[in-house]
Design a protein around this ligand. Structure first.
Ligand SMILES: Cc1cc2nc3c(=O)[nH]c(=O)nc-3n(C[C@H](O)[C@H](O)[C@H](O)COP(=O)(O)OP(=O)(O)OC[C@H]3O[C@@H](n4cnc5c(N)ncnc54)[C@H](O)[C@@H]3O)c2cc1C
Length: 375
C-alpha cells in the first residue's frame, strides 16, 4: 500500500470495522468509517475474550485498556446443573504475559475501540451506508446514502452477518443459517467470590456465567427452538426464569435476581460463511460479513480483529497492489475462519443431540488448541 496516499472506506463500525480502522490508520492510510446506526450503539451484554482474541487485541494495541475494564482469570469451574462442583480447570495462557481468558461488557469494549478509532484519526460518519458502488482499474467510486460521493483505493465490508456489501459484491451471497439453538444472556452483579467462569452440564439446556468486570457477570443459557421465535420484551424475564428453573449454584443466584430491571438479550444462533474469495477487485469482506460463526468457541470477535491485522499486513506487503493484497488476505484467513465456523456448528449440533459434557469439552479443547497457533 502506498502509505499516506491510500484512501480506505470501512463500511460497518462493529469490532471488525473498528479494528480495521485502527490497523489501517497505523499504516498511514486515510480512513473513513461509516456505520448505518446513527447512534453507533451496542447492546448491553458481556462478551467472552479467549486467549487468541486477547493476543489479537494486544497486537492492535488495546490489551491494557481491555484488561483494565474487563475481568480476566486462569480457567473455569465445571458444575452439574444443580450446582454440584465437578472439576476446576486451569487454562495455560497462549503466550507468557497474557491472561488465559476472560470477559468484558460489550459497551465498554465499544467505548475502548471507538475512542481508539477517533484518536487514530479515522473519520467516522454515522447513520450512513453505501448506495452505489462501482470499480475500475484504479479505484472504487462510492455514493453514500447521505448523498456524498468519494473515490477510494480500498473498501472494507465489515457490516456483519446480514452484510449488504456481501449482497452488492457477489452474485451468490451466502444467506445466514439458523442452527435451531436459541441463546439468552443476562447481566448480573458479580458475587465477590466468583473469580472464574462457571459452566453447567447435565441438563438439556446449556448454561454458564462469565465475570466481565469487577462488578458484573453475564450468564448465558442455550436451548433448542425449532423456529427462531422472539419473546416480547415484557415477557423475557419470566421466560428466562423458567429456563433457569432447575439450575443451582451461581445460576440460581442470577435467576433469583431476575426482574423487570434485568438487561436480557435473546439471540438466535446463526452462521454464514461466504465461499472464497472474500474480495472482488478492491472490495473485501471481513468479520461476520465474511464468516459469521455461532459463539460456541467464543471466537467471532477475535477472528474479526485478526482479519483486520492480517489485512493491514498484506496491504503493507503488497505495496500499492490492493487486489493482490486482498487475494493474499483471503488465502491466509479462509481455512482458519472456516475451521472455527465448522467446529462451532459441529459443537452446536452435538449439544442439540444431547452429547455428553466430556465430548463437548474435548471438541472445544481441540479447537482452542488449534486456534492458539500463530495466525
Ligand atoms: C449470541 C452471541 C454471542 C456471542 N458471543 C461472543 C463471545 O462471547 N465472544 C466472541 O468473540 N464473539 C461472540 N459472538 C460473535 C461476535 O459478536 C461477532 O463475531 C462480532 O461482533 C463480529 O463483528 P463484526 O464487526 O464483523 O460485525 P458486527 O458486530 O455485526 O458489526 C457490524 C456493524 O456494521 C453496521 N452495519 C450493518 N449494516 C450496515 C450497512 N448496510 N452499512 C453500514 N453499516 C452497517 C452495524 O451497525 C454494526 O455496527 C457472539 C455472537 C452472538 C450472536
Amino acid at each position: 500500500m502506498s502509505k499516506g496516499a491510500t484512501r480506505a472506506l470501512i463500511v460497518g463500525g462493529g469490532i471488525g470495522g473498528m479494528a480495521a480502522a485502527i490497523a489501517l490508520r497505523r499504516q498511514g492510510a486515510e480512513v473513513e468509517l461509516v456505520d448505518i446506526d446513527p447512534e453507533w450503539k451496542v447492546y448491553g451484554a458481556g462478551i467472552t475474550i479467549t486467549g487468541p482474541t486477547l493476543r489479537a487485541f494486544r497486537d492492535l494495541g488495546l490489551f491494557e485498556a481491555i484488561q483494565r475494564e474487563g475481568f480476566f482469570s486462569v480457567g473455569g469451574h465445571m458444575f452439574l446443573y444443580d450446582g454440584t462442583l465437578l472439576s476446576k480447570t486451569v487454562t495455560p495462557p497462549i503466550e507468557p504475559g497474557l491472561p488465559a481468558s476472560g470477559g468484558i461488557m460489550r459497551p465498554k469494549l465499544h467505548q475502548i475501540m471507538s475512542s481508539a478509532v477517533r484518536n487514530a484519526g479515522a473519520k467516522v460518519r454515522l447513520g450512513v451506508t453505501v448506495g452505489r458502488l462501482e470499480q475500475d482499474e484504479d479505484g472504487a467510486e462510492v455514493e453514500l446514502s447521505d448523498g456524498s460521493a468519494g473515490r477510494f483505493d480500498l473498501i472494507v465490508g465489515a457490516d456483519g452477518i446480514y452484510s449488504d456489501l456481501r449482497a452488492k459484491l457477489f452474485e451468490s451471497p451466502v444467506a445466514p443459517v439458523y442452527t435451531g439453538q436459541m441463546s439468552w444472556r443476562v447481566v448480573a452483579p458479580r458475587p465477590p467470590e466468583m473469580d472464574v467462569a462457571h459452566f453447567f452440564f447435565g441438563h438439556k439446556y446449556v448454561g454458564g456465567i462469565n465475570p466481565c468486570s469487577q462488578g458484573e457477570v453475564y450468564a448465558f443459557i442455550l436451548h433448542r427452538e425449532p423456529e427462531p421465535r422472539r419473546i416480547p420484551d415484557g415477557e423475557k424475564a419470566a421466560f428466562l426464569r423458567d429456563l433457569m428453573a432447575d439450575f443451582g449454584g451461581s445460576m440460581a443466584v442470577v435467576r433469583d435476581g431476575l426482574g423487570p430491571h434485568s438487561s436480557i438479550v435473546q439471540r438466535p444462533f446463526e452462521y454464514a460463511i461466504q465461499p472464497r474469495p472474500w474480495h472482488k477487485g478492491r472490495v473485501v469482506l471481513i468479520g461476520d460479513a465474511a464468516h459469521a460463526t455461532t459463539p460456541h468457541l467464543a471466537s467471532g470477535a477475535g477472528m474479526a480483529v485478526e482479519d483486520a491485522l492480517v489485512l493491514a499486513e498484506e496491504l503493507d506487503r503488497a505495496g500499492g497492489d490492493v487486489p493482490a493484497a486482498l487475494e493474499a488476505f483471503t488465502g491466509r484467513r479462509y481455512d482458519r475462519c472456516k475451521f472455527i465456523v465448522d467446529s462451532s456448528v459441529g459443537i452446536a449440533a452435538r449439544q442439540l443431540e444431547g452429547a455428553p459434557a466430556e465430548e463437548i469439552g474435548m471438541r472445544m479443547g481441540q479447537a482452542m488448541g488449534k486456534l492458539a497457533e500463530p495466525i
